[in-house]
Design a protein around this ligand. Structure first.
Ligand code: ATP
Ligand code: MG
Length: 288
């Protein structure tokens, strides 16, 4: 669905390259999470996939990017635009500021796309129900909480029915409740078989939902693969990201010389409990 071939990029004002020889292939309907420490290039990668590089950001770009089989160039940016929805890290940036109700806000993007009135009402109503935000429809977007704003930002993107969603750190400013509500929405998108490219730091949630993980460091892809393989690998901690806390327990036990039956480090809560039960039977140290 999205293919990057040997992409390197330097911003107009950055001294060094910010992305270096990136090769990635995002398959249709799969859920990818990009991890990496601050400044590793995650947002830049999103800007590139979204077409903001080279459309808005100039600088020096080499390599090739294809979206749904079409090479992304300056000329076809508008055609490809409708295929990709982008949700920014900061929902205050995303809310249009010109609408007075959530309903109008959700309709705004569709109006700009030139959609017919009937279709706009149909999509807005669908998304209000799908994301369980009907109770917000008459509220003023500017008066919502941060978490609600972020849900509206996601909702207005989903209303436009993009095939690919690029979502940059949607939960970084949210409390655990707000974070869970965003992941509920991401789970719905996954069930709808959308291609999802998420930037996120919360490892336990990534472990729960994501199909694949890409680790960036200093503009390079250090590791990529299935979530269970990357997030159970303690080496990711050399690049400023931690393994999920459930995996951490087993790495500590292994370091103490305790063998993990089967050899696979669990990354999810349920798997961790199962493994501890097996280990209790084997070693007799687990006490519930
Ligand atoms: N508009 C810009 N102009 C010049 N340099 C930039 C620009 N945006 C980002 N950079 C630089 O590019 C590098 C990668 O930044 P980027 O924002 O992509 O990282 P990130 O992984 O998203 O970080 P964070 O976790 O803080 O969001 C950093 O060194 C940053 O300073
Ligand atoms: Mg960023």
């Amino acid at each position: 669905m999205v293919v990057l071939k040997n992409i390197s990029y330097r911003y107009p004002t950055s001294k060094d390259k910010v992305l270096k020889n990136i090769d990635l292939n995002f398959e249709k309907g799969k859920f990818y999470t990009v991890i990496g420490k601050n400044g590793s290039g995650k947002t830049t990668l999103c800007n590139l996939i979204r077409g903001f590089i080279p459309h808005f950001f100039k600088g020096e770009l080499t390599g090739e990017i294809c979206i749904d089989g079409i090479k992304l160039t300056e000329e076809n940016f508008d055609n490809i635009s409708n295929k990709i929805g982008f949700v920014f890290q900061n929902p205050f940036v995303q809310i249009s500021g010109v609408t007075e109700t959530v309903y109008e806000e959700l309709a705004y993007g569709l109006e700009n796309m030139g959609c017919k009135e009937d279709y706009i009402h149909e999509r807005v109503n669908y998304v209000l129900d799908l994301l369980k935000i009907r109770h917000l429809e008459n509220k003023n977007p500017n008066n919502l909480s941060g978490g609600q704003k972020q849900r509206i930002a996601l909702a207005s993107t989903i209303a436009m029915d993009p095939e690919i969603l690029v979502i940059d750190e949607p939960t970084s400013q949210l409390d655990p409740d707000g974070t869970n509500q965003i992941f509920e929405i991401i789970k719905i998108l996954k069930d709808l078989k959308k291609t999802i490219i998420l930037v996120e730091h919360k490892m336990e949630l990534i472990a729960e939902y994501s199909d694949y993980v890409i680790l960036l460091n200093d503009g390079k892809v250090i590791m990529q693969g299935e979530t269970k393989d990357i997030l159970s690998n303690i080496e990711i901690e050399n690049y400023g990201v931690g393994v999920p806390k459930y995996a951490k327990i087993f790495h500590i036990l292994r370091k103490k010389g305790i063998e993990i039956p089967g050899g696979n480090i669990p990354i999810k809560k349920v798997e961790a409990y199962e493994m501890l039960k097996i280990m209790e039977e084997k070693y007799g140290f687990y006490r519930g």
